[in-house]
Each structure stands twice: as structure tokens, then as C-alpha cells.
Design a binder for this molecule. Structure first.
Ligand code: FDA
Length: 540
């Protein structure tokens, strides 16, 4: 090690002693600054000394992988009740150099809305749980929804307002506890994507607070920034307070079906065939296939690979069966595999709730889709059908992990997704994709060794998928954040050239425009994290 390297930790220690980067000083000054702006504000600030700090922090940690004693924790949690509170937080954070991590639903795959990879970073969590008002306007088929609301709360509000007909919906994600702040900032796909595109494709207006603390709407921010915030990633251009969204028509009754096939029931051939059909079906049909290892239902003490075909059809059971008999007879869809229900109830069906669950289950913010399991996800896009031999290799990979601890989720594309130009919003994965893949690992065991085992397995599966998925760039979905594909520095300090590799995976040719917008609206890189878009000035 050379002298410069050896003296670096000493310099850092000296800096910390002199300027108190990790002392309580920035926190006390920050609080004084907040009080100066609003004398009542401290009641919504939770410091580590507060008895509710840990439970508040943990209540929206959706990946327990980032809920250990080793996970870097915020200096404080700030739960604004009104917009002026956020403006004060921005001004005081800037003045006292405390980084802000915004949290809406807390589903960030890498925990970046409430943690960081950098143990020395001084940051606060700005948690929007109290900003979740929703106003649905049925006549104009629009709604204003605050960013701290969950998808479940939005779907429930739409269903409640249009209850006489239940014919309005919003094309967004499947998991009811996902927050509108993060979901729409990264795209947001769900069972209506083949009919209406993504959540971000259906945003009409917004309220955002920028790095100067100004409240902007679509007109005042201009079309470039309005373009960027609809899919260009959260915690990057500003804090989204609310979205004005376009509601879309759905039939009063839709059909949800599940068909499972194991290897012994011809799963390999059926999944293989599915790829040739699924993006060309009527836009009224959406298919999701979950591939994983399960206990063999017909052989004691044995496991097998299962493909679970979940579909949503905007029509009747008879209509779907007729279509499947004509287009995809290999699946063998039967009436008993399907149930008719309202679209809002179909969300509960896809999220795995029992069939008789009340619609109010959509409002439960405490439910965790992954239970206490830690997880990591990665994503891919498939443009050419994977050959039978490719699936046989996937089965071998799945056999390397335990029952239901690793899997792939395939979501059908085509339809409206192919009609929207790649540059319409930052999300670029449009025409030419048959389906999106999520590779995922779940585990309940504690400790670094167990985690490394699952992470290595997942990385091996991802490596195995290389010849079968998109190339140059290998595309990825920004909302399935994956720090393996590249990142900024731990404090979020960015470098255009480095960011370009992961940035083009998420955004393809839209990456450069995102950098231009970032450079224009937040040149000092105030809003940042390990995968936020860097401004060009940080490269210079
Ligand atoms: P979180 O609060 O963690 O925010 C995610 C990112 O956005 C962070 O960088 C955060 O700082 C930033 N952010 C949050 N609020 C913001 C605001 N108001 N303004 C600016 N930035 C903000 N995706 C999908 O498309 N369809 C699906 O069906 C699902 N299903 C699903 C299930 C489960 C169990 C998980 C864990 C995740 C998904 N996702 C998904 C992925 C999901 O869309 C993605 O994780 C979102 O970013 C989550 O948004 P939250 O607000 O919940 O997360």
C-alpha cells in the first residue's frame, strides 16, 4: 500500500473529529432548522432515541434482507403531514448536508428508500405514509392520488367510487402494499399492461417538490421533467407528492384463471409453446407464468418443477375458454380453473389472497407479499422463444435450490406495450419483447453465509439465462432494482460514464435524455442514491 492510501483513513478520522460528520451535531442543527421553519414540526421527527424509531423504520421494510443490525440506519425518520413540512426538510437537509431518502411503500428491492450501502452516510428517511389522500372523479375518469398511498388503497378507492358499475381501474402493479411514489417513478406493470400499458403511461399531471423546495406541476416543470419522472427512477428528480392519473374502462366482471403443470404433466412443452402465442393474443388477455421447484403432487418424498399459468381476461369464462381452445389448446384450460370477479377483486386473486377475502383486504398495509423471507430479484427481457433445451437447463438450475426458494416469473408483453414508442417515457422495453422475466431467490435463514448461498445461486441462474435474453444492452426493469448491474458511489455520487452501463440496461437510449434533464433540474445532485441518474456536472 502506498503512503497516500495509508494516510487516507487517518484523514477521514480527523475530518470526522473536526467536522462531526457522524456526531449528533448535524442532527441537532437540522432539528433547529426545522423548528425555525415550523415550531410544531418536531412531533413528526423520530430520532434513534425515540421508542417508536425502530418499529416505524421496520413497518415499511419490505425486504427483511435490509433489516439486520448491520444495515445502515437513518439518523432520523421524518413523517410529513403537509407539503410545507417536506419543503422545510429539503431546505434544512441542504443546509446541513444530510441526504434524503424518500420512502412511499418501502418495496425497493435493494432497500434504498430506507438504507444505503455506505455505513458512514448521514441520511434521513422522509416517509410519506401520512400523505395518502385519494380523490377519484368518476365522470372525468381521473384521480389525484398522493404518493404515500398504496396500490391497494388506490384500487379500493376507485372501486368504492365507481361501485355501481365497477367498470373503472388503473393499470398498475399486483402487490397491494406497493407505494404509488416508487411504483410510478419506475414504470409500474400489472395485469392490464397488454391492454393499457404501464402506470407511468397513464399519468396526466403531478405535484413534485424540486431540490429548491418549489412545488411544481406539469405546466411549471415543463415537458422534459414531466417525461423524466414517469419511469426515470425514484429519488432522482424531486419528491413526488401526488399523481393525476387516467382511469381506464374494464368490464364489471373479469375472469382470473390458474392452471398448474409439472414436468410429468408436460410443463416443458407447454411453457415452450406459450412463448409462441402469448404476445399475439387479444389485448384483453394477460398471462403470468411462475416457474419453481415444488413438492411432487403425485410422488411421495419427491420434488418436481412446476409451471403455474395465471391469466386475467377482460371478459367471461366462456369467452376465454373459446379463445384458448383456438389459440393455445396445449394449456388445456377448463372452466373449473377460472373464476369471474370484479377487477379490484382480481388484484387480491393475483396477490394470493383466499377467494372469499373482502375487498377491504386491499387496505391492509401490514401484509407482506414475501412474509418474513429475504429476497433478491433480477430481471430480463425475452425477444426470441427459449428452446426446449434452454428450459431443461433452467429446470436443472431450479433443482439446485430448495422447494419454492428460487424461481422465475414470466409476464406477457405485446398488445399496447408494443404500440407505445420506446421514447414515450423513460421505460423503453416495448415492441419486440415477448415477455419480461424476473429471476428471484427467497430465503428465511439468517446470516451472511446463507444469504451468499442464495445470491450466488441467483447470479448463476442469471448467467445461465444470458444466451436467451436481450443483448447490447442486456435490458432490465428499473423497478426491479439490481445493484449487481452497476451503481453510483455509496453516497449516491454519480459518474456519467459508469452510470451509462446500468443506465442503458434500464433506459436504453433514453438514458442520455434523463442525464440532460437531471443536469438541468438538479445540477448539484441533491436527490441521489446508489442508482439515481447522475448530472453531467459530476462527470466534469
Ligand atoms: P419505496 O418507497 O422503497 O421507493 C422505491 C424508490 O422510489 C426509492 O428509490 C425511493 O426513494 C423512491 N421514491 C419513493 N417514493 C418517492 C416519491 N414520492 N418521490 C420520489 N421518489 C420516491 N413492480 C411492478 O411494476 N409491478 C408489480 O406487480 C410489482 N410487485 C411487487 C411486489 C413486491 C412484493 C415488491 C417488493 C415489489 C414489487 N414491484 C412491482 C416493484 C415495485 O414497483 C418497486 O419496488 C417500487 O419502486 C416500489 O415502490 P414503493 O413506493 O413501494 O417503494
Amino acid at each position: 500500500m502506498d503512503t497516500a492510501h495509508r494516510s487516507f483513513p487517518i484523514l477521514v478520522a480527523l475530518f470526522v473529529l473536526l467536522f462531526g460528520v457522524t456526531s449528533s451535531q448535524p442532527y441537532e442543527e437540522f432539528l433547529q432548522c426545522l423548528e425555525f421553519h415550523d415550531s410544531n414540526i418536531t412531533s413528526i421527527v423520530y430520532t434513534r432515541a425515540n421508542s417508536s424509531f425502530s418499529s416505524l423504520l421496520e413497518s415499511s421494510i419490505r425486504n427483511p434482507r435490509f433489516d439486520t443490525s448491520a444495515t445502515p440506519k437513518p439518523l432520523l425518520i421524518f413523517t410529513p403531514r403537509q407539503i410545507s413540512h417536506i419543503q422545510s426538510a429539503i431546505r434544512c437537509s441542504r443546509a446541513h448536508r444530510i441526504q434524503i431518502r424518500v420512502r412511499s411503500g418501502g418495496h425497493d428491492y435493494e432497500g434504498l428508500s430506507y438504507s444505503t450501502i455506505s455505513p458512514s452516510l448521514t441520511f434521513l428517511v422522509l416517509d410519506l405514509r401520512n400523505l395518502r389522500a385519494i380523490q377519484v372523479d368518476v365522470p372525468s375518469k381521473t384521480a389525484w392520488a398522493q404518493a404515500g398511498a398504496t396500490l391497494g388503497e388506490l384500487y379500493y378507492a376507485i372501486a368504492a367510487e365507481s361501485k355501481k358499475s365497477s367498470t373503472l381501474a388503473f393499470p398498475s402493479g399486483i402487490c397491494p402494499t406497493v407505494g404509488l411514489g416508487g411504483q410510478i417513478s419506475g414504470g409500474g406493470w400489472g395485469t392490464l399492461l397488454r391492454k393499457y400499458g404501464l402506470a407511468a403511461d397513464n399519468v396526466l399531471d403531478t405535484r413534485v417538490i424540486d431540490a429548491e423546495g418549489r412545488i411544481l406541476d406539469r405546466a411549471s416543470m415543463g415537458e422534459d421533467m414531466f417525461w423524466a419522472i414517469r419511469g426515470g427512477g425514484g429519488n432522482t428528480f424531486g419528491i413526488v407528492i401526488a399523481w393525476k392519473i387516467k382511469l381506464v374502462p374494464v368490464p364489471a366482471s373479469v375472469t382470473a384463471c390458474t392452471v398448474t403443470r409439472t414436468l410429468e404433466q408436460n410443463a416443458t412443452e407447454i411453457v415452450h409453446r406459450w412463448q409462441y402465442v402469448v404476445d399475439k393474443l387479444s389485448n384483453d388477455v394477460f398471462f403470468m407464468v411462475v416457474l419453481n421447484r415444488v413438492v411432487n403432487p403425485i410422488q411421495a418424498n419427491a420434488t418436481t418443477i412446476q409451471a403455474s399459468f395465471n391469466s386475467l381476461y377482460l371478459g367471461s369464462i366462456e369467452g376465454l375458454i373459446l379463445m384458448m381452445e383456438a389459440k393455445f389448446p396445449d394449456l388445456g384450460l377448463r372452466r373449473e380453473n377460472c373464476v369471474e370477479m370484479s377487477w379490484a377483486k382480481s388484484i387480491l386473486y393475483f396477490a394470493g389472497f383466499p377467494l372469499n377475502s373482502p375487498l377491504e383486504s386491499l387496505l391492509d398495509r401490514t401484509i407482506s407479499a414475501t412474509g418474513s423471507a429475504k429476497f433478491k430479484g433480477k430481471s430480463d427481457y425475452v425477444k426470441e422463444p427459449i428452446p426446449i433445451s434452454g428450459f431443461e437447463g433452467i429446470w436443472e438450475k431450479l433443482k439446485e435450490v430448495g422447494v419454492q426458494t428460487g424461481g422465475l416469473i414470466l409476464a406477457s408483453y405485446g398488445g399496447k406495450m408494443s404500440e407505445i414508442p420506446e421514447s414515450s417515457i423513460p421505460f423503453p422495453h416495448r415492441a419486440g419483447n415477448i415477455y419480461q422475466v424476473e429471476e428471484v431467490a427467497f430465503w428465511v435463514e439468517d446470516g451472511v453465509e446463507a444469504a451468499d448461498g442464495y445470491l450466488n445461486w441467483l447470479r448463476g441462474l442469471y448467467e445461465y439465462m444470458t444466451p436467451y435474453v436481450s443483448k447490447n444492452p442486456r435490458e432490465a426493469y428499473a423497478n426491479y432494482r439490481d445493484l449487481d448491474i452497476g451503481r453510483n458511489g455509496g453516497g449516491g455520487e454519480g459518474d456519467y460514464r459508469r452510470a451509462r452501463s446500468w443506465g442503458s440496461s434500464y433506459y436504453k437510449n433514453n438514458f442520455d435524455r434523463l442525464v440532460r434533464v437531471k443536469t438541468a433540474v438538479d445540477p448539484a445532485n441533491f436527490f441521489r442514491n446508489e442508482q439515481s441518474i447522475p448530472p453531467l456536472s459530476s462527470w466534469r
